[in-house]
Design a protein around this ligand. Structure first.
Ligand SMILES: [Zn+2]
Length: 243
């Protein structure tokens, strides 16, 4: 195994977390995104320890104890923010303090999330949250936008947005562990395509990449720029003796 990630879908059971004006609950979003991220990580040979897999109560102490017992390499706690300002809409990642491995992981995750979603960058912030304080592994807490923002709450209901969040988190965690995430986005829309085997090889070799939402869209045209990038990727791999 390439590493072990502790994934913590925030809230659950009798604790809904934040609730959007339209009724969407934080506990549902965090679980859906965590299960998607876990799927991507497992495909890449990264072991995942989930603090909950369904809509149940799990105390903060139980979550921290589970991750400490499992000896995970990184803990990522997933949440969605809420604010009195209905326009607040940024992504942010919290750590206990600067200077350690958690800060490096937070920087990578934050960058992947902003790139994938295109939501405003709230940066890496510090907070004395229980899950950050009581876990032995480096720990980060991700706030995936704001449920108090009606437009963002609407987006967080969509499967493709949840998938983009799960994929961005999985990519960031893989990068933190030193695992190449290039093949992650191959899953959805190439199964059964006449060129599936060739596309999979291109993704595994890092010659081509999928779109940030996890699709490959195999029948889209490539631009001249994309062709140039693919050819240079190929040349670099050949020169480096990787092919
Ligand atoms: Zn929360």
């Amino acid at each position: 195994m390439a590493g072990r990630i502790g994934l913590d879908p925030g809230h659950g059971g009798s604790d809904p977390g934040a609730v959007a004006p339209d009724g969407l609950q934080e506990k549902e979003v965090t679980l859906a995104v965590a299960l998607l991220a876990a799927g991507f990580l497992s495909q890449a040979g990264i072991e995942v320890v989930l603090s909950r897999k369904e809509d149940v109560d799990v105390s903060l102490a139980e979550r921290a104890a589970l991750f400490n017992r499992a000896g995970v390499d990184l803990v990522a706690s997933l949440h969605v923010n809420s604010s009195e300002n209905p326009r607040a809409d940024y992504l942010s990642t919290y750590i206990l303090g600067p200077g350690g491995r958690a800060e490096r992981a937070a920087g990578i995750l934050q960058r992947e999330l902003v790139l994938a979603l295109g939501w405003p960058d709230g940066g890496v912030r510090q907070a004395n949250f229980y899950i950050l304080r009581e876990t032995e592994a480096p720990a980060v807490l991700v706030e995936m936008g704001f449920l108090s923002n009606p437009r963002q709450a609407q987006a967080l209901r969509e499967g493709k947005v949840r998938r983009a969040l799960g994929l961005a988190l999985a990519r960031g965690m893989a990068l933190y562990l030193g695992v190449d995430p290039a093949g992650f986005s191959s899953a959805g829309d190439i199964a059964g395509h006449w060129a599936e085997a060739a596309i999979r090889r291109c993704l595994e070799l890092g010659l081509m990449h999928g779109y940030p939402d996890g699709t490959f869209r195999p029948d889209n045209f490539a631009t001249r720029a994309e062709l140039a990038v693919t050819l240079v990727n190929l040349l670099d791999k050949v020169k480096a003796g990787h092919l």
